[in-house]
Each structure stands twice: as structure tokens, then as C-alpha cells.
Design a protein around this ligand. Structure first.
Ligand SMILES: Nc1ncnc2c1ncn2[C@@H]1O[C@H](COP(=O)(O)OP(=O)(O)O)[C@@H](O)[C@H]1O
Ligand SMILES: [Mg+2]
Length: 291
């Protein structure tokens, strides 16, 4: 029997995969989500979300996709790893992933100009003739090379008098900021900018509680006692991925020790083990206020 069933859960409460159903909408996450959806609907072009590793960017992108899936008025594609060897590969991948039905896509060596024209024609057909919103979400956007950023800039030039033909949502680590800040013709086009910071203590507690309930825990008691939550917050510094991992270990330890609530000692023991392995992240993580 799985450890979580023994404790009274239907599902694993603290899996670290970016499952949108387990995404707790903190104030920051909710604000980002609402604004991105507004920007998309208004077809304003470019939204950029920055955040350190483990602050919920990928999970937010999944949530966004979940929100848009099945909607007739949207065509979207998510790029999980935007490391393209050169400009040509990026254009070709866009054309393929947007399922552009043009003979150039199947040529052995399609030229860039032809691909660009095919993409522009497609965006015009979908956006103007069919009145659809075409959106591309780029995760790990800090990996975009200069030439790929240039492709995105060109795409943002495709517009009518009132709206952009392609909507872009970039989610990336803080390095993305230094990559784009000096590209004024790109940076100035960002219509929604946002930075994810780690959770505070209240959000840490709410996120833990949220995931526990989502996983089908029905008992009335708190499985994580307040002092345990405080320990988790202190050690994780409010980073959602760290919180998730600590909680997962804490629950597994409960089963091993035949206990039913996570108190301070359970968490302290895990933290001590982490410290003893020498594997914990020592440097304090970079934070950025909204840019
Ligand atoms: N708002 C949230 N609610 C619940 N869990 C979250 C939230 N944000 C992040 N997590 C958890 O933290 C992990 C890391 O999040 P992820 O989206 O992969 O971060 P990033 O892409 O910024 O590195 C996820 O797998 C998820 O388990
Ligand atoms: Mg990620």
C-alpha cells in the first residue's frame, strides 16, 4: 500500500511534478494568471514572468494551458525548452508546432524567408479572418539565444492596427532579465511584467493545507502542526519546490515511525539529514522585486 494511502490520502499530496490541479493560487500566482489571461484576450502581445528556480513558473504554464485547452477561440503551443541551434530551426519548429499547412514545412531545407512568410500568412488567416487568438508559451525562456529573441521580436511586429497577431508568454529564471533589458526594441514591448517571489509563512501554510485537501485528506485535524510549518518555512525560505519536497519527506517519515502528525521534531530530523548529506542549497537565493 502506498505511504499516502496509509495516512488517509487518495492521491500523493506532495509530488514534485508540475500538476496544475495541485497548484495553489497564492496572491502572486493568481495575479500573474489573471493578467496573462487578460493580455491574451486583449491580444497585447508579450507577457514576461521571472522567477527563481522552484517558484512555480512551469506549474503556472500548465495551469494556463489547462485553462485554454478546449477553447475554440485559442490556438496555442508551449515550448518547454527553447534551445534552438539557429534562427532557421526556430522558424521551422514554430511552423511545425502551429501545424501550418504549407508545402515549405516539408521541404528538406526550407529557407528562412519562406518560413517567415508562411508563419505570417498563418497568423493573419487565424487572427484576422478566423478571429482566433494564437499564443505561444515559452518555459525556461532564459535559454533563448540572441537570435531566438530576435525571432520573437519579429513575430511581435506582425500586427494589425489594433492588435498583435501572435501572443507570447515567456517564463524564465532571473537571467532572462539581463538578456532582454538592453534589447530596448524587445523590452519596451512587454505589456505585462511580473516576478515571482517565494511564499511568506501564511502562504506556505495555505499551500500545504491546499495540497493536503486536494489529495483527499478528510480528517479534521491538521496533519502538519504549526511549529512544523514554521520549520518548513524557515528551511525552505518559502520556495514552493523546497516546501513540497520537505512535506513529502515528512509524510514518508510519519509512516516509517508509525506517527500520524508532523510535529517540529519530524521536520528537524529531515533537515538535519539534509544538512548531514551536505546537499542543501547554501547560497541564499536571488530575489528580485518587480522589474
Ligand atoms: N503555487 C503552487 N502551489 C502548489 N505547489 C507549487 C506551487 N508552485 C510551485 N509548486 C510546487 O513546486 C514545484 C516547483 O515548481 P515549478 O513550477 O517546477 O517551478 P519553476 O518552474 O519555477 O522552477 C512544483 O513541482 C510544485 O510541486
Ligand atoms: Mg520550470
Amino acid at each position: 500500500m502506498s505511504y499516502f494511502k496509509i495516512l488517509g490520502f487518495d492521491k500523493e499530496p506532495f509530488s514534485t511534478s508540475p500538476d496544475p490541479d495541485f497548484f495553489f493560487l497564492s496572491k502572486e500566482h493568481e495575479r500573474a494568471m489573471t493578467n496573462i489571461l487578460i493580455e491574451l484576450r486583449l491580444r497585447r502581445g508579450l507577457s514576461v514572468i521571472l522567477g527563481d528556480v522552484g517558484t512555480g513558473k512551469t506549474t503556472l504554464s500548465r495551469k494556463l494551458i489547462q485553462e485554454l485547452t478546449g477553447r475554440e477561440d485559442f490556438i496555442f503551443h508551449i515550448i518547454l525548452d527553447p534551445s534552438f541551434e539557429n534562427e532557421g530551426f526556430f522558424w521551422l519548429s514554430l511552423a511545425k508546432n502551429l501545424e501550418i499547412n504549407d508545402p515549405i514545412v516539408n521541404l528538406e531545407q526550407p529557407n528562412i524567408l519562406g518560413l517567415k512568410e508562411a508563419v505570417e500568412r498563418f497568423l493573419f488567416q487565424k487572427g484576422v479572418t478566423e478571429n482566433k487568438i494564437v499564443a505561444i508559451v515559452v518555459d525556461e525562456a532564459q535559454k533563448l539565444s540572441e537570435s531566438s529573441l530576435e525571432v520573437l521580436r519579429v513575430l511581435l511586429n506582425y500586427e494589425t492596427n489594433t492588435f498583435k497577431l501572435l501572443q507570447l508568454v515567456l517564463l524564465g529564471q532571473l537571467e532572462l532579465y539581463s538578456k532582454i533589458v538592453n534589447m530596448s526594441n524587445f523590452f519596451d514591448r512587454i505589456s505585462f511584467k511580473y516576478t515571482f517571489n517565494p511564499f511568506d509563512l501564511d502562504e506556505t501554510r495555505e499551500m500545504i493545507e491546499f495540497r493536503i485537501r486536494k489529495a483527499g485528506y478528510k480528517a479534521n485535524m491538521h496533519i502538519f502542526l504549526e511549529e512544523a510549518v514554521k520549520e518548513i518555512y524557515q528551511y525552505s525560505k518559502g520556495y514552493p519546490r523546497q516546501i513540497t519536497m520537505l512535506c513529502h519527506k515528512a509524510l514518508k517519515n510519519l509512516v516509517l515511525r508509525n506517527k500520524f502528525v508532523v510535529d517540529e521534531s519530524v521536520v528537524k530530523e529531515i533537515i538535519e539529514e539534509e544538512i548531514n548529506t551536505g546537499w542543501q542549497r547554501k547560497n541564499s537565493l536571488a530575489q528580485k522585486n518587480n522589474f
